[in-house]
Design a protein around this ligand. Structure first.
Ligand code: ADP
Ligand code: MG
Length: 333
């Protein structure tokens, strides 16, 4: 029953009560002073009842909502409103709860992000500082390897900062896709040619398999290049010498599916979804030494989702290889 229906019912029931009192109770004593007293008491009772109902059903919830809103305004997002009998106010309260839960979550993510970024910046900066102090104190000799090491740490910082920029734009959806009708096949071949030397150096085979019926698709070439390079780069990084990486693409049900399958170290079931989280690395120490910061797949996920696609990982388990797939729907805009 909606709010106005309830009020209407309240008024009708009040009149009904008064009429009942008039007809049944006051029938025999009408006109007497006692009748007037009963009449006034009945009116008073009806008014008091209405007051209590309105207070309980409307005023109290509104006061509680106001108090809760003030707490949100002061930056406290943990409180939730109870459920109310009144359907409209209850719907409002539950929407309010969803809103505060979302704000609380994004606030928590913001705090986490600052912590993560500080943590990521600390390691390379510490390494540079220690090396510089060693150079000043002459406990480290000024050899070219020392400077190369420092340069590597600085490159790592630069890479982190530029990835953070991309991530923040991607997470706030502050980027526009430059979609063009283009050939995925050409794009994948270009990327594979570009990465061939790195694969040769490590002794990992890289192959491309494109299905013959792959049509042209509308996508942002630079962004999808970034996604594929990241996934293929990861595959190379996690596949030991002698292994194999296959990049394939096929088309079905109005969407292209791009698959990067490697014969590398694989993933445990628990990590299959976590690897798309910001700063998540399965083996933190090993990854740190090879320069990964755990942002690549998070960016990839945002870019794929911006295209209306999905991205996911599968693996039969540790040392069973990993497969990363993403879809690109055929879009008209
Ligand atoms: N092909 C793969 N095989 C095994 N683990 C992988 C693979 N690709 C990604 N991962 C895991 O997912 C983590 C996150 O990947 P990513 O977001 O690209 O970050 P980064 O490469 O900077 O560590 C990696 O650190 C790694 O632990
Ligand atoms: Mg990566």
């Amino acid at each position: 029953m909606n709010f106005f229906r309830r009020i209407e019912w309240l008024i009708v029931m009040s009149y009904f009560l008064i009429v009942i009192v008039e007809i049944i109770v006051l029938r025999n004593i009408s006109g007497s002073p006692e009748a007037n007293v009963i009449r006034y008491l009945t009116f008073f009772g009806v008014v008091l009842l209405s007051f209590v109902v309105v207070r309980q059903q409307i005023v109290k919830p509104i006061q509680e909502m106001r108090a809760a809103s003030l707490q949100v305004a002061e930056g406290e997002y943990g409180n939730r409103l109870p459920s109310y009998n009144n359907i409209e106010l209850n719907a409002l309260a539950q929407t309010f709860n969803v809103m505060t839960a979302t704000i609380e979550q994004s606030e928590q993510r913001r705090v986490e992000l600052i912590g993560d970024v500080a943590h990521e910046l600390r390691t390379p900066l510490n390494n540079i500082k220690i090396t510089l102090e060693g150079l000043i104190d002459e406990v480290i000799s000024a050899e070219s390897t020392t400077f190369f090491d420092m340069q590597r740490e600085i490159s790592r910082l630069q890479r982190l900062i530029s990835q953070l920029e991309i991530l923040s734009r991607a997470e706030s959806d502050q980027f526009t896709l430059q979609k063009q009708l283009a050939s995925l096949e050409t794009l994948l071949h270009t990327i594979v040619e570009r990465l061939a030397i790195q694969f040769e150096d490590k002794g990992v085979t890289l192959a491309v398999e494109i299905s013959a019926d792959l049509p042209l698709i509308r996508f942002d070439r630079d962004r999808i290049t970034q996604v594929v390079i990241n996934i293929v780069g990861n595959a190379l990084q996690h596949t030991p010498e002698g292994g194999r990486v296959v990049v394939s693409a096929e088309y079905a049900a109005n969407e292209a599916t791009i698959t990067v399958q490697d014969s590398g170290i694989g993933l445990a079931p628990a990590d299959l979804t976590r690897i798309f989280e910001r700063f998540y690395r399965v083996d933190k120490s090993r990854q740190r030494s090879s320069g990964g910061n755990g942002i690549g797949l998070t960016i990839a996920k945002h870019l794929v989702q911006a295209h209306g696609g999905r991205i996911w990982a599968t693996s039969l388990g540790p040392s069973q290889g990993t497969t990363i797939r993403f879809t690109l729907p055929q879009s008209t805009s």
